[in-house]
Design a protein around this ligand. Structure first.
Ligand code: DAH
Length: 299
């Protein structure tokens, strides 16, 4: 029996009552009102439930990755280079850069290596097919940045220049045809070999730690006079050969536009890759280039 119809039947039955007709009529009206209110409240609830179910069913999962993506990091050579820059900046040096493709003049000529000079044989130079044959090359060391700094700035100069260098070399555990050096150049009033030794010693303790010390050994480079190799002594007493250095040759100052009667300077240069190998206990230089994440993520 339909609701509307049932109500009609009850109402006509009430009409036939002999007594309490108004009372029963009112009670019926109240019951109807209560049922209606309950039904209204429930339909509000149901509408809300339906809305929630619909939203849940239509939800889009935009989180494709459920784990945070792995974080990258700087290459161990970059980290080493930045640390060296930090140490030298703290000592008052600024950082300079030069091109990796160099002129023969900047890499050799201005540094007092005349054409055919035997010291050129130390460098297995890679020449670039550009300009007259032999005029352009991949820099074999960072020393040409010394020349560029002196050509473009006036003393006093306190500069380091880190960067890539190239030599014709077969890759093995300790050699790579591409490697990194950092060069230092100081030009100021009355600079002597003593200032060089002091700077190397300050760097040694700042970079390696208080238990380390340094020494200079006589050597030869065409662009410094006197020239030296510098070594670092570890706390266990063993020595580590680090690089070359010396008092800048007056002819080098002169060709770079610095008056050797007025100014003097010192320079040094050493390999960054070997430093990183020692610091992190890396056994094979080639691992620095294969870009195997399992190797690189250790540093
Ligand atoms: N350029 C030299 C090399 O690669 C290293 C060097 C020696 C740099 C003496 C210097 C220096 O600045 O004074 O073998």
């Amino acid at each position: 029996m339909a609701g509307g119809n049932a109500l009609g039947v009850i109402r006509s039955l009430i009409g036939k009552l002999e007594r309490d007709k108004p009372l029963v009529g009112r009670a019926l009206s109240e019951a109807v009102a209560q049922i209606k209110a309950a039904a209204d409240a429930r339909s509000v609830e149901l509408a809300e439930i339906m809305r929630r179910d619909l939203l849940e069913a239509e939800r889009l999962d935009l989180t494709e990755l459920h784990e945070a993506p792995p974080l990258g990091r700087l290459h161990v050579i970059t980290q080493t280079q930045q640390r060296l820059e930090d140490v030298f900046c703290a000592m008052g040096y600024t950082v300079a850069e030069g091109p990796e493709i160099e002129t023969e003049w900047h890499n050799f000529g201005a540094l007092n290596f005349p054409p055919g000079h035997p010291a050129r044989d130390m460098y297995d130079t890679l020449y670039v097919d550009h300009g007259p044959p032999g005029s352009t090359l991949l820099r074999t060391h960072t020393s040409p940045v010394q020349v560029r700094v002196m050509e473009n700035q006036s003393p006093p100069l306190y500069v380091v220049a880190p960067g890539r260098c190239y030599r014709q070399d077969t890759a093995d555990a300790t050699h790579m045809p591409v490697f990194h050096q950092i060069e230092g150049l100081v030009v100021d009033d009355g600079i002597t070999l003593g200032d060089l030794a002091g700077a190397i010693e300050t760097f040694t303790t700042a970079y390696f730690g208080p238990g380390f010390t340094s020494r200079l050994r006589p050597s030869y480079f065409p662009f410094t006079e006197p020239s030296a190799e510098f070594d670092v002594q570890r706390p266990d007493g063993t020595w580590l050969e680090l690089g070359g250095c010396g008092v800048v040759h007056p002819s080098v100052l002169e060709v770079c536009g610095v008056d050797p009667e007025r100014w003097s300077g010192f320079a040094f240069g050493f390999g960054i890759d070997r430093l990183a190998m020692l610091r992190y206990g890396i056994g094979d230089l080639r691992d620095l280039w294969t870009n195997d994440v399992r190797f690189l993520e250790q540093f």
